[in-house]
Design a protein around this ligand. Structure first.
Ligand code: NDP
Length: 341
């Protein structure tokens, strides 16, 4: 679309993700453009606005919702702030009559997620949760293969998302701002990814949590292992940690073959391997797809939904379901029992 017809976005919160990924990704969008910023750091925001051709008068503070509401160029708001701030900001954006794209995790609890869905429904604006992997071509291909039963029935899925954390002062280590630790921040990719590819909802979960003595984990958890049981009989083994060497992989074991996606949850570097038996031989194939910026694909999807009045692939309800499941995972870990859903 020519710039004049693209959907104008306001970006709320100019932290690492906004500055390093989202704003640059707009350069690769075809249907969306950044037209406003909301930030608690006016000097940074002015400089960022100048860099991205955003008008200085379209830079707002966190109390600037009324002024933002009056800016007709802003059609959608992209919330990129600490998790526990998402609820109030999504509700404010809906109150300003703007469509909302909200970063993951949607909120700090299922109750907050429900309030966000209700506010957007009442204001008749769209709500999408930024599950970027569901827009990323390799993850899409795995979904297509699994849903098309390429290798028959799925028996086991393994999803791992780990990294090392070393920012003790960061909001991510404060329960009040983050809602939790590794689970909502990075384990969520395992949970959402498994649900997306199998296309079923789990009927029960089991979980274990361990945090080392490091004061880093005073408020939020370090390591979580959880299993999901699906109605078809498939089992998913998911693991996440803030304290382990970076691994971001997804493996599907089906009756007739296996699918492995390396770097599944990373910003780039996905590698897809298919394995099956042909007679007595093991056939192994690497499938190579064109690389695309998944943030640009995700933002353009939201723009398309606004332009064509469609429901996003990952609406608020998708985020709510993950919040419900994360609460069940915490309960399962706390009680040591399986939690039925
Ligand atoms: P950062 O800490 O880098 O940035 C958060 C920004 O939010 C700050 O720079 C600040 O911007 C604003 N902010 C407003 N209030 C506060 C507050 N009380 N404390 C701290 N910051 C505040 O975080 P990220 O950019 O890494 O994460 C932001 C959101 O994006 C989170 O929900 C996170 O889960 C999600 N995320 C998603 C990723 C993905 O791949 N989809 C990857 C990384 C993060 P300002 O100075 O402009 O006010």
């Amino acid at each position: 679309l020519p710039p004049g017809e693209r959907v104008g976005f306001a970006i709320v919160g100019l932290g690492r993700l906004s500055l390093e990924e989202i704003l640059p990704a707009f350069g690769e969008c075809r249907r969306a453009k950044p037209v406003a910023l909301m930030s608690g750091s006016p000097d940074k925001a002015k400089a960022v606005a100048a860099q991205h051709g955003i008008k200085p008068e379209a830079v707002y503070g966190y109390d600037g919702w009324d002024a933002l509401a009056r800016n007709p160029e802003v059609k959608a708001v992209y919330i990129v702030t600490p998790n526990a701030l998402h609820r109030d900001q999504v509700i404010a954006a809906a109150g300003a009559g703007k469509h909302v794209l909200c970063e993951k995790p949607m909120a700090a609890s299922a109750a907050e997620a429900r309030a966000m869905i209700d506010a957007c429904a009442k204001a008749n604006v769209k709500l999408m949760i930024a599950y970027r992997c569901q827009y990323e071509p390799y993850n899409r291909e795995v979904v297509r293969l699994v849903r098309g039963a390429k290798y028959g029935k799925v028996k086991l899925i393994e999803a791992t998302n780990t990294q090392t954390m070393s920012l003790p002062e960061q909001w991510r280590m404060r329960k009040a701002l983050a809602g939790g630790g590794a689970l909502p921040d990075i384990g969520l990719y395992c949970l959402n990814g498994v649900r997306a590819l199998i296309g079923e909802e789990p009927v029960s979960v089991q979980a274990q949590i361990h945090s080392s003595d490091d004061p880093l984990y005073r408020e939020v958890e370090e390591t979580v292992a959880f299993t999901l049981r699906f109605p078809s009989g498939a089992l998913a083994l998911c693991s996440t940690s803030y304290g382990a060497h970076e691994t971001r992989s997804l493996t599907v074991q089906a009756e007739g073959g296996a699918i492995q996606l390396q770097n599944a949850f990373a910003y780039e570097g996905q590698r897809l391997f298919l394995n099956h038996r042909e007679g007595k031989a093991e056939a192994k194939e690497e499938r190579v797809l064109g690389a695309k910026n998944q943030f640009a694909l995700e933002i353009d999807h939201m723009a398309t939904c606004i332009l064509e009045n469609r429901t996003p692939r990952t609406p608020g309800e998708e985020g709510l379901q993950d919040q419900i499941l994360m609460e069940a995972i915490y309960e399962a870990a706390r009680t040591g029992n399986a939690v039925a859903l």
